[in-house]
Ligand binder design. Sequence first.
Ligand code: CMC
Length: 443
Amino acid sequence: MTTVQTSTNGDQLNQDSDKSNLIVEGKTLDLPLYKGSIGPSVMDISRLYAQSDMFTYDPGFTSTASCESKITYIDGDKGVLLHRGYPIDQLAEQGSFLETCYLLLYGDLPQGEQFEDFKHRITYHTMLHEQIHTFYKGFRRDAHPMAIMVGVVGALSAFYHDSTDINDPTQRNIASLRMIAKMPTIAAMAYKYSIGQPFVTPRNDLDYSANFLNMCFSVPAEDYKVDPVLARAMDRIFILHADHEQNASTSTVRLAGSSGANPFACIAAGIACLWGPSHGGANEAALTMLEEIGSVDRIPEYIRRAKDKSDPFRLMGFGHRVYKNYDPRATVMQKTCHEVLDTLGLKDEPLLQVAMELERIAREDPYFVEKKLYPNIDFYSGITLRALGFPPEMFTVLFALARTVGWIAQWREMIEDPQQRIGRPRQLYTGPTLRDYVPTSNR
Ligand code: CMC
C-alpha cells in the first residue's frame, strides 16, 4: 500500500514558507512552493516523478495549476473575476470590447493614441480573402455554424501564410489582430450562409459590435440601422465572454500551441472544445431547456428531474466548476437581458418569466443551495441573444467570437514564456499487462 502524507512547515500551508514537504512512502521530498499575487499558492511537483517514481492523479484537473498566468484571476468562492486586475463588471459597464481586447493582449488599458491605432488596425483586418467565400460553399446549407467555424478558422492558416511563424513576434501580433478582426466576419458569414442570404461586407464606419450586427442582419434590398442600445448590449456580451482563465477550451488552445502548431490551428482546436454542452454549448442548451419548460407551472417538474440522480437531466445554465457563488458575469448578463428586452418592447417575454422564477425556486431549494449551484453566464444569455435576433445555433458561435481574444492572449503568453515546453500529461494505466500476440488461427 502506498501512503502519501503532505505537510508544509508543519501541517498548515505557511505564507512565509517557499517550500513544502511531501512525505511519499516514508521519504520526505522538499517541493518548491510558489505564491500567486492573489489566490492559492501552488506546490511545484514537476520533479516528483524523478524523485519518487510516482505521478499525481487529478482527472478533470480540479487541483492542478497547468501554467503561470498574469491575465485573468477568478475567486470562485467569492464570485470574483478580474482581467489584468480589473473587475469584470467595471469593464463590462464602463469599457468597450476592443479596450478589453487590448487589455488582455498587452496587459494594460490603452492610452488615447494607442487605442486609436489598435482600433484602426482591427478595422482594417476585418475583410476575408475572397477565396474564403468559395470555401463556405463547400458546406451544406444546414451545417451547424460551429462546424463551419472550426473549418474556416482552421483554414485561415492556408490563406495567411505570412503570419504563421510562431517564433516571429511581429507575425504573432498580426495573426492575433487578424483573428480578432476576422472572427465577426466569419461568424456573420456562417449565419448568412445558413439562411441563404448574401454575405455582407464589413463596414469601416461602424464600431466592432455594430459592424457585426450589421453583417448579420442587414440585407442589400433595404437600409438597416443598428440600434445603439443593442450594439452596446452586444459589445457587453462580448466583454463578458472575453476570457476565463484556464477553462477547457483555453487549456485546449494552450496544449495545441505547446507543440508549436500555428495560431489559426490552435484557435480552431479551442472552438471545437467550446462546442460541447458542458462548456460553450450551454447557452443554447439553457434556452432549449427554458423553451421546453415553457411555463412557470411546469418548473417544479424540472427541478425534481434535476435532483433525480437516475435522470441525466441537469438544470442548464446552473452550476460551475469554479464558481461556488453567483457567477459575476451572470449579474451583468441578467441586467443586459432586461435592457435588451425593454428596448425591443419584450418586457413580458414568457421565457424571461420562466427563467426568473426558475432561478428564484432553485436558489431556495436545499439541493442547489448545499451544492452551491448558482446561475452561470449562460442562464440569461440565451434569452438575450434570441431577443437580439440570433437563432440558438449561433449562440456558441458568438461565445467563440468573443473568447478568441482570450485564447490568443493565453496562447501568446505561453509562447513568450521561456520555460514553455510541450504539454504531455501522464496516466494511471489499468489495461492489460504484457501478453504475447496470438495468430488468428489460434484465438
Ligand atoms: N443541475 C443539477 N445538478 C447539478 C448541476 C446542474 N446544473 N450541476 C452540478 N450538479 C450536481 C452534480 O450532479 C453533482 O452532484 P453530486 O455531488 O450529488 O454527484 C454536484 O452538483 C457537483 O457537480 P459536478 O458535475 O461534479 O460539477 P462540475 O464542476 O464537474 O461541473 C458543470 C460543472 C458546469 C459542468 C455542471 O455544473 C453542469 O453540467 N452545469 C450545466 C451546464 C452548464 O450550465 N454549463 C455552463 C458552464 S458556464 C460556461 C463556461 O464557463 O463555459
